[in-house]
Design a binder for this molecule. Structure first.
Ligand code: ADP
Length: 320
């Protein structure tokens, strides 16, 4: 192994820069050269990459986003696109590829390795935390903390005006952010895709609280809840109980900002471990951290298995 390339793909996540920096520095420290691919698989197809030195990744680990830029690539979804991507790597004599991304990016990485024998290591980077095979994904901790700080602010105004607020957080298929924000922010209930939502039950609970004089109430909704988004749920609550609410959709603020210490450390560990995995011949695989230890899993395992929410947190939010 002499040359590697690194790219970020799909939804960006705070900490990707720290991971890219670690991958580049690990490569250089092991005598490999590292290419940075611009705009994910799109850049790979177009051979849009450049050699990076240590200084190119200086002063980036504290920034959100990704210096390599990310993209979604429809061209990569078809075999011709992936053949062009493999040809770009072959032309430069690149032997290994590190992909920072989520589930979709890993499916693409898997196809690229199956069809063209490219040695790819995936690094889980998505704010949703919904990748099996790693206890945490890069960006999740920052997103939860951003959402929690917003929820605390909403709590102030909810208390001042005796209002019911419904706060929507990201999570199209998973409730990790919603559950932790609800617990950390003392929300009255949470709506997540993994569990059936009981609108009538939540309305009863809010009514009981109001009867006991607890006039500020906050509900947290994951955008992908089966009952709908926060606006739909607000409407259903009003229809079912007459309770009026204010909706706050946090949206993309959750993706941005300076990564937390945990995300910087996780990204540095995984970005470094990805290079080790390439050198040690573990590719194709995803590197993760489980119980503090670096793990390697075949790509399909990461989407064929479903990462579970913490059952104790689910019980606590129900009971408290
Ligand atoms: P994420 O990696 O954050 O889940 P996406 O789902 O948008 O983001 O995937 C990023 C890119 O990965 C897509 O634009 C596409 O190029 C590639 N990709 C996604 N799904 C597949 C698939 N099933 N097969 C091949 N490539 C895929």
């Amino acid at each position: 192994m002499k040359k590697i390339a690194v790219l970020s793909s799909g939804g960006d996540a705070p900490g990707m820069n720290a991971g890219i920096r670690a991958t580049v520095r690990a490569s250089l420290s092991r005598g490999l050269s590292a290419y940075g691919v611009h705009r994910g698989y799109e850049g790979l197809i177009d051979n849009n990459m450049r050699l990076l030195d240590s200084r190119d990744v200086s002063n980036i680990l504290q920034h959100g986003g990704t210096i390599l830029h990310s993209a979604r690539s429809d061209r990569f979804l078809v075999p011709e696109g992936r053949a062009a991507a493999a040809a770009s790597l072959a032309k430069r004599g690149i032997d290994g590829l590190v992909v920072f991304g989520g589930d979709g990016s890993f499916r693409g990485a898997h196809d690229l390795s199956l069809e063209h024998g490219v040695q790819v290591v995936g690094v889980p980077a998505t704010i949703d935390n919904d990748i099996w095979g790693s206890d945490f994904t890069i960006g999740y901790d920052t997103a939860v903390n951003t959402a929690l700080s917003a929820l605390d602010k909403v709590r102030d105004t909810a208390a001042a005006h005796d209002r019911l607020f419904i706060v929507e957080v990201m999570g199209r298929h998973a409730g990790f952010i919603a559950l932790e924000v609800a617990i950390g922010g003392g929300a009255e209930a949470v709506f997540i895709p993994e569990t059936p939502s009981d609108i009538a039950g939540v309305c009863d609970k809010v009514r009981e609280r109001i009867a006991r004089g607890r006039t500020s109430n906050i509900l947290v909704v994951a955008e992908g809840d089966e009952e709908g988004n926060a606006y739909t749920i607000a409407k259903k609550i009003e229809e079912s109980s007459g309770l009026k609410s204010r909706v706050t959709v946090l949206g993309h603020v959750q993706r941005g900002g300076s990564p937390t210490t945990s995300d910087r450390v996780l990204a540095t560990k995984l970005g470094w471990a990805a290079v080790d995995a390439l050198i040690e011949g573990c590719a194709p695989c995803m590197v993760g951290v489980e119980n503090g230890i670096i793990s390697h899993h075949p790509f399909p395992d990461t989407w064929l298995n479903r990462k579970q929410l913490d059952p104790l947190l689910l019980e606590i939010i129900q009971e408290m």
